[in-house]
Design a protein around this ligand. Structure first.
Ligand code: NDP
Length: 294
């Protein structure tokens, strides 16, 4: 049984990016620059943004965080986006989600310049991805595909079941895995909360990707013998044995029964999480190199 370490894979990709940045910086006179807008003080969002800054520093990128108060108006948030859209020395812009309830997320994301939309959430990028055109691929699905590729998991002709149809994980993952590309070519089934016979469908999966936000819901009886399981879920669970007071769990129960049955599985933590940041770094580098679509 193979544990597919996102942490190790992310570290080796970071080293490759850092080497490329070193070269590009001398040619271009500056480093790639990622900007993040953080609204309010949500602790999880603070952590995500801090991790992104840390990863940028590790690969030699510049990073900036624009902090706005919880009660910022939609107009002021859009003005900040517009300012960054026009800054030629910023290559990538992300607006950390979730946003406060009074703000229309779709409207805000729609104002990001698609050429700087390194989260790949803008309708132009989503549309291009669906059409198989060059675009920024959303970071988590990109991380999943890269992780499978680097772990040498065969995808061609395999039945891949994706559980969860969110716009940021499940839906793009299902589209990317069904495309006619080297690291995909799966036959894909996309499941969600209204799917009937979820267990039976999951048990047909050669590759099972779970992104449901339900702590440890997927147990051994959802898994086919020898399947590859990608666990996208992240849950903080109270744990008094830990110094931090909590431990991290996935959407899959990683007990002995599951570990005996799978041929490979991504751990939580240290699986898909570190690869999501890699997706963001790759998109920012792509923007810096101005190597694609107009
Ligand atoms: P969402 O809550 O946006 O979507 C969850 C999806 O799962 C929905 O499509 C929902 O169906 C489906 N679902 C929920 N309950 C069930 C169920 N009982 N049976 C079948 N389907 C179900 O979640 P996200 O996609 O944003 O995130 C999923 C998980 O991944 C979360 O734990 C999140 O924290 C984690 N995550 C991890 C990342 C990482 O970097 N590792 C990045 C992003 C997310 P319906 O559409 O019918 O409501």
């Amino acid at each position: 049984m193979q544990i597919i370490s996102g942490k190790d894979t992310a570290n080796s990709i970071k080293a490759e990016i850092a080497a490329e940045v070193e070269q590009l910086r001398s040619d271009r006179g500056r480093a790639p620059h990622l900007a993040a807008i953080l609204v309010g003080n949500d602790p999880a969002s603070e952590t995500y943004v801090a991790n992104k800054e840390k990863s940028c520093a590790e690969v030699g990128f510049l990073s900036s965080v624009y902090r706005l108060p919880e009660n910022v108006t939609e107009d002021d948030l859009i003005k900040t986006i517009d300012f960054i859209n026009h800054d030629d020395e910023i290559d990538g812009l992300i607006v950390q989600l979730p946003l406060p309830k009074h703000i229309n997320v779709d409207k805000v994301v729609g104002t990001i310049n698609p050429l700087k939309d390194v989260d790949g959430f803008h309708p132009v990028n989503i549309g291009k991805m669906v059409l198989g055109q060059d675009s920024y691929i959303p970071a988590t699905p990109m991380g999943i595909l890269l992780l499978l590729e680097r772990a040498k998991i065969e995808t061609l002709g395999k039945h891949c079941v994706v559980v969860g149809r969110s716009n940021i994980v499940g839906t793009p993952a299902s589209i990317l895995l069904s495309r006619n590309t080297n690291n995909a070519n799966c036959t894909v089934t996309l499941c969600h909360s209204k799917t009937k016979n979820l267990k039976e469908i999951c048990r047909q999966a050669d590759i099972l990707i779970v992104a449901i936000g339900q702590c440890e819901m997927i147990t051994e009886d959802y898994i086919k013998e020898g399947a590859v399981v990608v666990d996208v879920g992240i849950h903080r669970v109270k744990d008094e044995t830990k110094k931090s007071g909590f431990s991290l769990k996935g959407d899959v129960k990683h007990d002995d029964k599951v570990l005996k049955k799978v041929s490979a599985i991504t751990p939580v933590p240290g699986g898909v999480g570190p690869m999501t940041i890699i997706g963001l770094l790759i998109n920012t580098l792509k923007s810096f190199k101005k190597e694609f679509y107009q």
